[in-house]
Design a protein around this ligand. Structure first.
Ligand SMILES: O=C(O)c1cccc(C(=O)CC[C@H]2O[C@@H](n3cnc4c(=O)[nH]cnc43)[C@H](O)[C@@H]2O)c1
Ligand SMILES: [Zn+2]
Length: 387
C-alpha cells in the first residue's frame, strides 16, 4: 500500500490560531494551514476541508516516533548515517509502504533506532508539537515508549528531561498542551512491562506530563491479561489505562483490555464491531474508541476505508474519537482523518464539531481545560456558519 503524499512542510511556516477564513477564501488554498493541502479528499467539499483545517482539536492516539515527519526523519537519518532509513523524503514514501502490521513494526523500529541522544528526543518532541499546532491541535496525549529508548542506551533521567523540556517549550511557543502516555511494547515481553511500569511510577523519574499507561505493538501472540500486574501498579499510581486492543485481533482482546487492564479508552478497538454485546457494553459504559481510520488501512488491519466499522460504532452509540496514530508513516495527518470521518459518517460542520468535542470530552484534561477547548470549538463553528 502506497500512501500518496509529498511533504510541503518546512520549519518556518507560521502557526496561526483558528479563525474562520472569509467566505471568499474558502475552497482555495489556505496559505497558513498547508498540512492537508496534499491530502484533499475529492469526495469531501473543499469548504469542509477548510473548516477542518481551522477547527480546534484534541488528539488522543498518536505515537511519538510515529509522528516524525519526513523532514524530522531525514534530519535524524543524516545525523546517524549508519542507519538504513532513507534520508531522502521522496524515498521515505516507498519506505513507509507496508505489507502488513509486522512489516510496519519493523520499519517503525528502524526509525526508533534513529533516536539515540536526549537531543534527538527533544528535537523530535518539539517538532511533533509544531506540526500539531499547525493543525490547530490544542491538546494531545502523545504515546511514548520509554523502554525502546532506555534499552538503546539513553539515560532515563535525561530522556524524561528532554520530553518535559520540549513539552514546556511547545506549550509556551505554540500553545499546544502535550501530555504523555507511556506504553509497554508488548512483544518485547514482561521485561519491557516491568521497565515501563517502573519509569511511570517512580516518583524520582515520573514526568509531570504523564497521565496514562498503554500497551502497544503486535497483538497476535501477546495476550493482554499477562500485563494486569503492571496496569494495576500504574492505575494505583494515578495513571489512566489506555491499551491498544482489537486492532489486529478479535473482540476478545478488547474484553481482556476492559476486564484485566481496566481500560478507560481503547486504542483502535476495530474488531469490537464483530461483537454486538461488546458494542453495547462500550456504549453503556461510555468507553471511547480511539479510531484511526487511515492507520487501519496502511497496516492492512481493514481492507478499505469503506469497510471501516466507524459507522457501526456510531450507530451503536459508542463514543468515537478521531486520531492519526503514526501520521507521516501512514501518509496522513489529523485533519485528513477528520475529512475521512466526515466522508464515512456523512458529517457537516456541526457533526465535525461534535466529533472534535468527543475528543476533548474523552481526554484526561481537567474540567476547566475541557470546557475551554469545547467553547473554542463552539465559537469557531458558530462564526464559520454565520459568515
Ligand atoms: O524497542 C524495542 O526494542 C522493541 C522490541 C520488540 C518489540 C517492540 C515493539 O513491538 C514496539 C512497537 C511500537 O509500536 C508502536 N506503535 C505505533 N503505532 C502502533 C499501532 O498502531 N499499534 C500498536 N503499536 C504501535 C508502539 O507504541 C510501540 O512503541 C519494540
Ligand atoms: Zn497506536
Amino acid at each position: 500500500m502506497r500512501p500518496a503524499y509529498d511533504d510541503p512542510r518546512t520549519t518556518d511556516q507560521p502557526i496561526t490560531r483558528a479563525r474562520p477564513p472569509p467566505r471568499a477564501a474558502r475552497g482555495r488554498r489556505l496559505g497558513e494551514e498547508p498540512l492537508t493541502e496534499h491530502l484533499v479528499d475529492p469526495d469531501v467539499p473543499r469548504d469542509l476541508h477548510a473548516f477542518i483545517a481551522g477547527l480546534p482539536k484534541a488528539e488522543l492516539h498518536v505515537h511519538h516516533v510515529g509522528s516524525a515527519s519526513p523532514r524530522i526523519v531525514s534530519e535524524l537519518a543524516a545525523r546517524h548515517a549508519d542507519s538504513k532509513v532513507p534520508t531522502d523524503p521522496e524515498a521515505l514514501v516507498d519506505y513507509f509502504t507496508f505489507t502488513d502490521f509486522a512489516h510496519f513494526i519493523d520499519v517503525y523500529l528502524s526509525v526508533v533506532d534513529l533516536i539515540r541522544t536526549p537531543e534527538d528526543v527533544r528535537l523530535l518532541t518539539y517538532e511533533v508539537a509544531r506540526d500539531m499546532a499547525r493543525q490547530q491541535v490544542r491538546y494531545a496525549e502523545l504515546t511514548i515508549t520509554p523502554f525502546s529508548s532506555t534499552r538503546r542506551g539513553i539515560d532515563e533521567g535525561a530522556f524524561m528531561d528532554a520530553i518535559e523540556d520540549a513539552r514546556k517549550a511547545a506549550e509556551a511557543e505554540f500553545g499546544t498542551v502535550l501530555r504523555w502516555c507511556f506504553d509497554i511494547p508488548g512483544e518485547a515481553g514482561l521485561e519491557s512491562a516491568e521497565e515501563t511500569a517502573r519509569l511511570a511510577t517512580d516518583d524520582r523519574l515520573r514526568p509531570e506530563g504523564l497521565v496514562s499507561f498503554g500497551l502497544g505493538g503486535p497483538e497476535i501472540g501477546v495476550a493482554r491479561p499477562q500485563f494486569k500486574p503492571y496496569f494495576d501498579r500504574a492505575i494505583a499510581a494515578g495513571l489512566h489505562s489506555v491499551p491498544h486492543a482489537g486492532e489486529t485481533t478479535g473482540p476478545q482482546t478488547v474484553w481482556d483490555a476492559l476486564i484485566d487492564l481496566r481500560a478507560e479508552r481503547i486504542g483502535h478497538g476495530t474488531s469490537s464491531a464483530q461483537d454486538p454485546k461488546l458494542l453495547a457494553h462500550l456504549a453503556e459504559r461510555r468507553i471511547p474508541l480511539e479510531v484511526c481510520p487511515t492507520s487501519n488501512i496502511a497496516t492492512r488491519a481493514v481492507r478499505t476505508l469503506d469497510e471501516h466499522p466507524i459507522k457501526e460504532f456510531v450507530r451503536a452509540g459508542v463514543p468515537v474519537t478521531i486520531n492519526s496514530d503514526d501520521p507521516p508513516m501512514f501518509g496522513t495527518d489529523l485533519n485528513n482523518e477528520y475529512a475521512v470521518a466526515a466522508r464515512l459518517l456523512g458529517l457537516d460542520e456541526r457533526g465535525l464539531a461534535d466529533l472534535a468535542k468527543n475528543g476533548v470530552e474523552a481526554s484526561f484534561l481537567d474540567a476547566p481545560g475541557k470546557a475551554r477547548i469545547a467553547d473554542e470549538i463552539d465559537t469557531y463553528t458558530a462564526a464559520w456558519l454565520a459568515s
